[in-house]
Ligand binder design. Structure first.
Ligand SMILES: Nc1ncnc2c1ncn2[C@@H]1O[C@H](COP(=O)(O)OP(=O)(O)OP(=O)(O)O)[C@@H](O)[C@H]1O
Length: 230
């Protein structure tokens, strides 16, 4: 269980409150307008910002103040964070060892992760020799390889066209299911939530509203969500 217990996060004059939980293995979409605080919440889970009060726990353990590298999370950002001077395999290998001194079993794991995202045989290419969708797959392979139980996705596929985005969302859902991972996915698009998130939480008015089953929430949106959806 990923739990936000009376969490209050401040960024300058902005304040976000969160008091909810996500069951293991679930995909939760965080939906909300620009500036509502979606990335702020992700940053607090990742350890890039420290809540002013409250606790974030994973499986009952308090992770609120843990250094980012010691948290049970891996993150996928929109810009994919690939290093242009490293090969695809090296970019993925960074998920295992930042110094890239990989054992042969780890090299095999890199190849396996690339195969799992449909990029078998692409390990020797440079990121500049890939399409945007393929670069997203490389970043996803690296996230996958880290084997962390919580995946944080901050609008990772926003720059992709609709067909490719839908393909990537399906891939995320399949990989998360295989790994039993809990996923927090930031999005502006209710269709992303509908595609793969069993639950959705609206981020608005300085708080994360309680998560609801996505279908029911979008079929009969409460006032704050109605305002957002227009
Ligand atoms: N380092 C910072 N210092 C001061 N204010 C900040 C900082 N980072 C974010 N903010 C403010 O916090 C608020 C929430 O920002 P956040 O990036 O979490 O929103 P968001 O919902 O992810 O938006 P978007 O969808 O545009 O990415 C905004 O008002 C933003 O200006």
């Amino acid at each position: 269980m990923l739990r936000f217990d009376g969490v209050e996060i401040r960024q300058g004059s902005f304040c976000l409150r969160a008091d909810f939980e996500v069951a293991p293995g679930r995909i939760l979409a965080l939906l909300g307008a620009s500036g509502a605080g979606k990335s702020t919440l992700i940053d607090a889970v990742a350890g890039f910002v420290t809540p002013r009060s409250g606790r974030i726990t994973w499986q009952g353990q308090d992770i609120t103040l843990r250094p980012p590298a010691d948290r049970p999370v891996s993150i996928l950002f929109q810009d994919n964070n690939l290093f242009p001077h490293l090969s695809v395999a090296q970019n993925v290998g960074l998920g295992l060892r930042p110094d890239l001194r990989l054992s042969s079993a780890q090299h095999d794991a890199v190849a396996g992760a690339l195969a799992r995202v449909g990029l078998a045989g692409f390990g020797g290419r440079m990121p500049g020799q890939l399409s945007g969708g393929q670069r997203s797959r490389v970043a996803l392979a690296r996230t996958l390889l880290r084997g962390r139980p919580v995946m944080l996705l901050d609008e990772p596929f926003a720059a992709l066209g609709p067909a490719l985005k839908s393909e990537m969302l399906d891939l995320v859902a399949a990989l998360a299911k295989d790994a039993g991972a809990t996923v927090l996915m930031v999005t502006h698009d209710p269709e992303d939530a509908r595609a793969i998130a069993s639950e959705t939480a609206l981020v608005a008015d300085g708080r994360v509203h309680p998560p609801h089953p996505t279908g029911a929430l979008l079929a009969d949106p409460p006032e704050a969500l109605r305002r957002y959806l227009g």
